[in-house]
Design a protein around this ligand. Structure first.
Ligand code: F1P
Length: 356
């Protein structure tokens, strides 16, 4: 019997269930009438504003970076607290805006309050995206996209993050008639599913062999939200210091912290591969310990990475955010295991932040 709390946690089993949950999500939204109804009711909207807190905010960030190139519409993500505290800075134009409020629990106070404020005061139409419906969020929003199948027992988000992200990407694909995109996501899932257990074993060995003072996650475009979530996962699960930067921003100051005790994780996008892998090689030269996550590596990436995740597919950038996040989730989980922590109950955290 496994006595390490991390290795017998809900978090690990839910993390490993992601490929199956993605397949279920793809099946559910294959020819789903709810999508058609949401798209019909939002067709006049020219700008999509994704709003959330915590992991759901990073999901929203990755979703906005998928939404804009797929639909050709303006899209951005902001924390719910910005809507509440500085609505004037959020450019809330009721004539063009569609708000999308993301929350696994559908209960986070700031997100629910933002939905209510947008709807009542600013007359902005609202779509709730959640694993929990009915919920305060679904009650506050005009429309709801619910994915209860991806909900978790765990405190931290793993499969709900990637599956809600895939749902929003599928909605964007339907919006813009990208009929080939669901097939690309299915190909990604079928390609990745057989790799996940071996990847977990390799990451476990890596985490147990190393002790890091801190962690940095680097990504651009749709991978910036993924890098942000990777950093949050490591902090939440393993109580470690972790930072995120747009990859090429790392040269502009932050690289001063590089050394063998700083673990740098690079999300190498197909689009930015040349520039991002150049940065990886440069940071390796400076003495960093590096994790590289990519579709296909070259010799330079192989030489410059202490831990390489090569998906080995020909898939486009936008099919990759979900599987690219998995190694970062595993790093967080096994760093927590190494420290003897239980990721199901991180210190000071609750599953939802509910304010009076
Ligand atoms: C948002 C969230 C979680 C986080 C934490 C508190 O929840 O910030 O991402 O892990 O434990 O709540 P939700 O709005 O998606 O339910």
């Amino acid at each position: 019997m496994n006595t390490n709390p991390a290795e017998s946690s809900h978090t690990l089993s839910e993390l490993l269930s992601q490929p199956q949950t993605w397949l279920n999500t793809l099946r559910k939204f294959h020819s789903n009438e709810l999508f058609d109804s949401i798209l019909d009711k939002t067709k006049s909207r020219k700008e999509w504003l994704f709003i959330a807190c915590g992991s759901s905010l990073y999901l929203a960030t990755a979703a906005a970076s998928s939404w804009a190139p797929m639909t050709g519409l303006r899209a951005r993500a902001i924390p719910a607290s910005e809507i509440l505290l500085f609505p004037g800075a959020a450019s809330l134009d009721a004539a063009s805006l569609q708000a999308v409020l993301v929350s696994r629990s559908g209960t986070t106070s700031e997100t629910v309050r933002a939905a209510t404020l947008l709807s009542r005061e600013y007359k902005v139409p609202t779509l709730g995206v959640t694993c929990t419906s009915p919920s305060p969020l679904s009650d506050a929003c005009d429309l709801t996209l619910a994915l209860p199948e991806a909900n978790e027992e765990s405190m931290v988000m793993t499969r709900s993050f990637t599956s809600l992200l895939i749902s929003l990407q599928l909605l964007a694909a339907r919006h813009s008639g990208h009929a080939e995109f669901p097939a690309a996501l299915r190909a990604m899932t079928e390609h990745f599913a057989p790799q996940i257990h071996a990847l977990a074993q390799r990451m476990k060995a890596f985490a147990f062999e190393h002790s890091f003072a801190d962690y940095v996650f680097l990504g651009q475009g749709p991978f910036y939200g993924i890098a942000s979530e990777g950093a949050l996962k490591v902090t939440e699960m393993s109580r470690s210091y972790s930072q995120v930067f747009h990859s090429l921003e790392f040269r502009h100051g932050p690289k001063t912290i590089v050394g063998p005790e700083t673990c740098l994780t690079f999300f190498l996008s197909p689009k930015g591969f040349e520039d991002e892998s150049g940065l990886l090689a440069e940071m390796k030269e400076l003495g960093a310990t590096t994790i590289a996550i990519c579709n296909r590596a070259n010799d330079m990436v192989r030489r410059s990475s202490d831990f390489l995740v090569e998906l080995g597919s020909e898939l486009p950038d936008l099919a990759l955010p979900a599987p690219f996040l998995v190694p970062a989730q595993l790093l967080a989980l096994f760093t927590s295991a190494k420290k003897g922590l239980n990721p199901d109950s991180p210190q000071n955290l609750s599953r939802v932040v509910i304010l009076d």
